[in-house]
Design a protein around this ligand. Sequence first.
Ligand code: AMP
Length: 403
Amino acid sequence: MPKVKKASKSVIKLVKGMKDILPNEQVYWELIRNKVSAAARDYGFQYIDTPVVEATALFKRAVGEETDAVSKEMYSFVDQGGEKLSLRPENTAGVVRAYIEHGMLNLPQPVKLFYFAPQFRHDKPQAGRYRQFWQFGFEVLGENDPIVDAQMISLSYFILQELGLNVEVQVNSIGDDNCVKKCQDLAKDAPQTVDHLCDECNKHFTSVLEYLDELDVKYNLNSKIVRGLDYYTRTAWEIVETSEEGKLNALGGGGRYDDLVYLMGGRQTPAIGFACGVERIINKMKDVKAPLPENWRPDVYVATLGPEARKKALHLLLELRKENVSVSEDLAKTGLKGQLESADKKGARFALILGQKEIVDGTVLIRDMENGVQEVVDIKKAVKEVQKRLEHHLIAKVLKKSK
Ligand code: AMP
């Protein structure tokens, strides 16, 4: 063993406002990713990745120069080539840029996209507020029908509900240029109410609410929901969770942005989208002890004794994986007892044990980890024997459940 050096240097720490996502939290991330992908598939959305870095001008134009997200919180820099760039504070601007740049305007409309990606805001760090945080979001570009608004609201609502959260929708219409312009100064200071809507916006909003009733989505009209970013028109909503003290905690939000594509240089294209904050959702899931999927369990644990057995095990593991049998091992461990304890801890269904005797005989021991029964089988048939037992195991489990 080489001599271990004692620590003497100072430790470089995590950047303020950032967060490591450690292995013990990944069960939440995987669950949310799966839920989002399944919902996207069911509702016909396609995945899109846009770069973390975009031209600063993109966010100034799309999100608005005066907004906090751009004027105070954006991570902006000039790169080595003199370009003014920023880390994205949100993802809609990038999606709209890509939509225009790749001619998606000419595809059959609407174009339905979703993302799951980190965002960056130099926010004041506090509970549930980070400087790098993840959002998943859904965007529908090229459709004006209020039924889409209701579907998007319900999509955001049901995803969070299915994650075990007790949420409700706060919804509002902030109108469009036709109805709001005349009272825009007023709107800056006072909450906008739906009474100011022009006929068209009013009709649109009434239909959205009718569809929401149809969908049994729990919602409240809330004139305070105006959303922070400049590009919103008409329908705006937030998905909130009510804390025990009655405080509203926003887990996500969205709105129509019928002018944004035009503003970004494309032709007038109605659109709508929403984004939800993953860390906030996870914090809430922990609070309410939301149900999590069962931990992953390996089908087979491969245990070895002796150097020849370890070599043989390398092949056996490859063969098992090739046949889609999930495996686990601790080949660097030499003691059999420790290995079997590990197999037990990991919840393996079977263990394949290779010792010196087995190597000489060309065999392997299959141990049923539930009852400890062991059988000797020909090593060449090991994978098949394992598969046979796994099938029996599965059938027995199904039968037990159906009783
Ligand atoms: P917004 O893009 O501001 O509408 O935010 C949408 C959602 O993203 C919010 O409801 C939060 O769940 C989440 N979010 C926004 N800012 C942060 C942040 N600094 N840290 C963590 N989550 C955030």
